[in-house]
Design a protein around this ligand. Structure first.
Ligand SMILES: Nc1ncnc2c1ncn2[C@@H]1O[C@H](COP(=O)(O)OP(=O)(O)O)[C@@H](O)[C@H]1O
Ligand SMILES: [Mg+2]
Length: 594
């Protein structure tokens, strides 16, 4: 088949205008011939016989008249065994291999195989000759790390087929044919363990989408208890520079109860990404004791790479996430930072001279953000098993102003909002998520009545705090002062969490439920405290004991000993139950008896 060609007629930064010969389609990939190099590019607009292409490489040296070879294919990734543990750039080049071949400064126009071509995998057939199959149906599997990697009918085969031949159990490379299907007309379709999928198209080879309701446990108390994320849901973490977005995502990638983590690092600084790359492979998985990298894929771009590659990386990441979801796994995709991606869109839109929207972002910014987050989801697969992709993206608005278009566009589509606060990070209150401004639409794992009570108390405590800044402590009544102390207690022993403490860093749902009940006892009780001095000292001691309690191993002797001390301390001073807590206490006691 003759592929279409074109000729460069204009260069504008990372965008090249091409006069085309024949028919091309939107998002089709083409290679610009610059000397003996071929620079990968994607069509982002077609008008008549002229197309605009974004180039995924530095455009230096491209000249008018250079030829372009179109591929008749959309920007795609390779899906197959061997993705886990890898570090790719936005075009799925394995970075360590690329660096080995080209040195530290990556060459333009060098594209490597994403997956190891020589490695063999132990294939076990699961389908039988004669089976009627369609896209997404499992033909066999290979072990990949701790997972059973399903080898499926490629998602781009849209009819029903018959299995004509399937390989015997044994060792095969990804290039070997492991099955042969025949279509209705009797055409034979040989299959290997890999196939390509266009990154900008969602994978839908499942039976149905389900509503995400089960929590995606992060082991971060503030999140799981107050602003939970659902498995298959979406959330965003906006925050000013240095507030802790990247650290929060790193902690989450280590501790979250998911099978696979995909990290899309569109770095703020080149150094930051290098840090991630150096640190990550050395981290151990708290659950298996093996390296965390075994169940992680990193897609990485720094701000020094061309903007188009940054855009591609987000789509490459979500496509790989969807692929593993098709295997009945729970995948978490963390994108940091989506603002860099939005800026890439802004740059390209400017070059296309489109009519700009707010802050010069393209008018379609919101719909692009929405269609990215829509690729999250909990699905029932064709074999009845469930898989999920949860997406969490950071946003880094200039000056920490959440009113800007990327934060606002993201807020409209996500199910939970974890806003980081400069005030809290300056005070080193980590994680610096603002407990009052953040929200979630998902159900959590701690009883709602008692968490809502805690939240209301935080509001009131904050009000008293604001008031005290004006009228001073002397001008504040003792009951108000106690409300303030309770809010501060909840904040310091529960919302804040030490991510460097081996125990405190990750807290199971069971433990969260357990200790939050002890905290609720404190929040809902009235105490016989004579003076502010008295109250302050009582809460100081209680806080210290609780922090020690947080540092003990779950259900150890020391854990129960400290718990007993805390309970005794509460009961010595307890004089009753707050009026607004009586209903909750009654119903929770009734619940206990059932
Ligand atoms: N949970 C945390 N515990 C302790 N220190 C933190 C935490 N989160 C952030 N920090 C500190 O703040 C710095 C900046 O955090 P980072 O995640 O890089 O910010 P951002 O990505 O929002 O710009 C970190 O280098 C670290 O010193
Ligand atoms: Mg960061």
């Amino acid at each position: 088949m003759v592929k279409n060609t074109g000729k460069v007629v204009g260069v504008n930064g990372n965008m090249v205008a091409v006069e085309i010969d024949g028919h091309v389609s939107m998002n089709e990939v083409g290679y610009i011939n610059v000397g003996d190099r071929k620079l990968k590019s994607e069509i982002i607009r077609i008008r008549g016989d002229r197309a605009e292409m974004q180039v995924f490489e530095m455009t230096r040296g491209i000249g008018i008249g250079d030829t372009v070879d179109f591929t008749d294919e959309l920007l795609a990734v390779e899906l197959g065994p061997g993705l886990l543990g890898q570090v790719f750039d936005g075009l799925q080049n394995p970075l360590p291999k690329l660096a080995a071949q080209c040195g530290f400064f990556l060459d333009r126009g060098v594209y490597l195989e994403a997956l190891d071509q020589e490695k063999t995998w132990e294939f076990t057939p699961e389908a039988n000759v004669g089976d009627r199959v369609e896209c997404g149906i499992t033909l066999g599997s290979v072990p990949e790390g701790m997972f059973r990697h399903r080898i499926m009918v490629p998602f781009n085969l849209h009819a029903t087929y018959t299995v004509k031949r399937i390989a015997e159990k044994g060792e095969y490379t990804i290039k070997d044919t492991i099955a042969e299907l025949t279509d209705e007309k009797g055409n034979s379709i040989p299959l290997t363990m890999v196939f390509q999928w266009p990154v900008k198209r969602a994978i839908t080879a499942y039976k149905e989408r389900l509503k995400p309701v089960e929590p995606m446990v992060t082991k971060i108390r503030l999140i799981d208890t107050f602003i939970p994320v659902a498995r298959g849901g979406t959330y965003c973490i906006p925050g000013p520079f240095g507030a802790g977005k990247t650290v929060l995502q790193q902690i989450t990638s280590r501790n979250a109860e998911v099978d696979i983590v995909i990290i899309a690092a569109c770095g703020e600084r080149a150094g930051e990404v290098v840090e991630t790359l150096k640190e990550f492979p050395e981290l151990l998985d708290p659950r298996t004791g093996r390296t965390l990298m075994e169940r992680t894929v990193i897609i990485c771009n720094t701000s020094s790479m061309p903007v188009a590659a940054r855009e591609a990386s987000v789509y490459t990441a979500v496509t790989i996430a969807e692929y593993y979801r098709q295997m009945g796994l729970n995948v978490l995709l963390l994108a940091d930072s989506t603002s860099r991606w939005a800026q890439a869109m802004r740059e390209m839109s400017g070059r296309l001279e489109e009519i700009p929207g707010e802050e010069a972002f393209p008018a379609y910014l919101e719909s692009v953000i929405a269609s990215f987050y829509e690729r999250a989801g909990l699905v029932r697969l064709k074999d009845g098993s469930e898989g999920s992709v949860t997406i969490g993206g950071t946003v880094s608005p200039a000056g920490g102003n959440f009113e800007e278009p990327v934060t606002q566009g993201t807020l409209k589509v996500v199910g939970a909002f974890h806003g980081l606060s400069r005030e809290r990070s300056d005070a080193r209150k980590y994680p610096a998520i603002h407990p009052l401004e953040s929200w979630s639409k998902y159900p959590g794992s701690v009883d709602k009545a008692i968490t809502e009570y805690g939240r209301a108390l935080l509001y009131r405590g904050n009000e008293v705090d604001q008031m005290m800044k004006v009228v001073g402590e002397e001008g504040t009544s003792l009951p108000d002062y106690i409300v303030f102390l309770k809010g501060d207690f909840l904040d310091s022993v529960y919302l804040q969490q030490d991510s460097f403490d081996p125990i405190d860093a990750s807290v199971s749902t069971e433990r969260q439920r357990h200790i939050y009940n002890v905290i609720f006892d404190v929040l809902s009780s009235t105490f016989s405290l004579e003076s502010k001095e008295d109250a302050r000292s009582f809460f100081n001691i209680l806080r210290q004991k609780f922090l020690d309690y947080n540092g003990t191993e779950w259900q150890s002797d020391e854990f129960f000993r400290l718990e007993k001390e805390i309970e005794e301390m509460i009961h010595q001073k307890k004089s009753g139950i707050e009026a607004n807590a009586q209903e909750i206490v009654k119903s929770s006691e009734a619940g206990d008896e059932q």
